[in-house]
Every structure is written in C-alpha cells, then in structure tokens.
Write a protein that binds this ligand. Structure first.
Ligand code: GLU
Length: 301
C-alpha cells in the first residue's frame, strides 16, 4: 500500500526546533519510500491559533525543502465533519455532558494519567435527566471508555498500551466552548486524508490508545505510528516554543537550512558525522533503524 504521511502543526507560534525535527522525520519517512506527504493546519483552537503563523509555517517548511503534495482543509473549516463524527458517537450512546469545573477535575485526590491530565472520576457519567436539567454551566462532552486495553506497536518506541478506564478515563470530545477536541479532530482528519503513518513527537504517544479506540468506533483502520524523540538541552530540559533562540527564524539567520538539517540528523543518529545535507539528499539515505528512540540531546547549533 502506498504510504501517506503528514505533518499537522498547530499554528500557535513560530515553528521551533522540535516541530522542525518532527516535520523532517515525517517527510523523510514518506519521501524515502516515494509516498505522499500531506500538510494539515491544526488551527482548531481559535484562541491559540493565529493566521499569521500559518503563512510562517508554510514559509519555514519551504525554506527547509520540506515540500508537500496535498494540503488538507484546515481544522477551523472542518466543524461539520467533526459534528457528524460526534453524532455517530452520540448515536452509539457513548457521549455524555460533563459539568465538572476545572477545580473539581484537578482535585488533589484525582489520579493523573501519563500525560499529566487528571483521570476522570466519572462523576457526570450517570446523572439523571433531572440532575442534568438543574445544571447551569455549559457542559463539555465526554466519550465513555471501556475497561479494556488499547495498544499500539510504535516503530521507534515499541509497544505502548493503556487500559482506558484505569489509565485515562472518559475523555473530552467536545469542549464546553463548543470546540471539538483534538482527539476527535485528529482521527477524523487522518481518516479523511487516508493517512497511513503518523510521525509526531513522543509527547503525543499517550494519546494513541485513545485514538485507537476512536478508529475502532469509526470502523477505520489505524495508521502506523512512529513517535519521535524529544529534543532536549544538555541539561535535560525539553526544548519548547518559549526558547526564543531556537525559533527557526533566528536559526536560519545564522545557518543554512542544509546545516540545520545535518545537525538534527546527526543528533538523532541518522548521520554519522555532522555535515550539511539537503532534505532531498537525506531522503536517499534515510533509514528508521538508525533513529534513536530516546531523548535527543542537542548541543551547540
Ligand atoms: N497539532 C499537533 C501539534 O502541533 C500535532 C498533532 C498530531 O500530530 O497528531 O502538536
């Protein structure tokens, strides 16, 4: 089957090195096998995403030579598609309104999932119609999860599994402000785009069992996964958008795209020596078996 990969940035800031690294590996994986590369702008959250960053993402990818074959409809224009998937979940009787406040959800006693979010207690799962009618808050909408284990076999990280009840709990598929949640949107879009492999940062590994569950509910087969290591400073600190010096804008002022690509591929194990290389040349030698699974320490750039 032809491989279709994607890069799905959220335009909530200028691309930083971590995004560039994920985009580069996603692109190389597809291009090294003659597949199709898809760009999808994940501007789901109107409060965090800005149009000006969308142009910058495109420009940054072009500057690095990370070309795409298809651009999917941006998420802000996909509300109808998400609504119809949400309706399918409702028809199965799996969605319910949740009126809990932030403070209730973050109560000190709440156990936490691996991604740091509190595991939902199920407080609103069995409210009666009369109890719901008394609530005045606008609810978020949660998806009931089964007491079952969902696993993925990640190309780099190996098996990753969660029992959805014990490790995650019923999760939000639509927020109280009406915005559909990331988990629902990303699965809907990956199905619509015919995506066969998802390459993204390891910080999203813990989302994959929930996404497997959604694929099952939507009767679709899940893609292959590859969660790439996070970039860390020599002190072990994760690089983030706040690290202004590592925005692509500043980096490309002092180094050529080929030098940056070479430095990243050397740091993660693909290149034995640090040398400048274009994305196109790197696609000819790219091999997943050389990529490290654990944190990639980035020394001087
Ligand atoms: N939009 C997400 C992000 O920028 C990535 C989602 C995904 O790759 O599944 O972090």
């Amino acid at each position: 089957m032809a491989c279709v990969g994607r890069f799905a940035p959220s335009p909530s800031g200028r691309m930083h090195l971590g995004n560039v690294f994920s985009a580069l590996l996603a692109w190389l994986s597809v291009r090294s096998r003659g597949g199709t590369f898809v760009l999808r702008i994940e501007d789901l959250d109107p409060q965090r995403c800005k149009a000006e960053y969308v142009d910058l993402v495109r420009r940054d990818l072009e500057a690095l030579g990370l070309t795409w074959d298809v651009e999917q409809t941006p998420q802000r224009l996909r509300t109808e598609a998400y609504a119809s998937q949400f309706a399918r979940l409702e028809e199965k009787g799996l969605v319910y309104p949740c009126y809990c406040t932030r403070d209730e959800l973050h109560a000190a006693s709440a156990p936490h999932a691996s991604d740091g979010t509190p595991i939902y207690s199920g407080a609103c799962r069995n409210l009666t119609a009369a109890e719901r009618a008394e609530k005045t808050r606008r609810p978020a909408w949660r998806l009931m999860v089964p007491d079952e284990t969902y696993a993925i076999l990640d190309r780099l990280q190996g098996e990753y599994k969660e029992n959805l009840t014990a490790d995650c709990g019923d999760f939000i598929v639509r927020r109280s402000d009406g915005v559909y949640a990331y988990q629902l949107a990303v699965v809907t879009d990956d199905i619509a785009g015919g995506i066969t492999e998802v390459v993204r940062g390891r910080d999203l590994l813990s989302s994959s069992p929930r996404q497997q569950y959604l694929y099952e509910l939507f009767g679709a087969s899940a893609p292959e996964y590859c969660h790439v290591p996070l970039l860390v400073t020599p002190e072990g600190r994760r690089l983030s958008k706040r690290e202004k010096d590592l925005s692509l804008e500043e980096l490309l002022e002092r180094m050529r795209p080929e030098e940056l690509i070479g430095a990243l591929l050397h740091a993660c194990g693909v290149l034995e020596h640090r040398e400048a290389i274009s994305a196109a040349d790197a696609a000819r030698i790219f091999d997943w078996s050389r990529v490290k699974a654990n944190d990639v320490v980035l020394t001087q750039l």
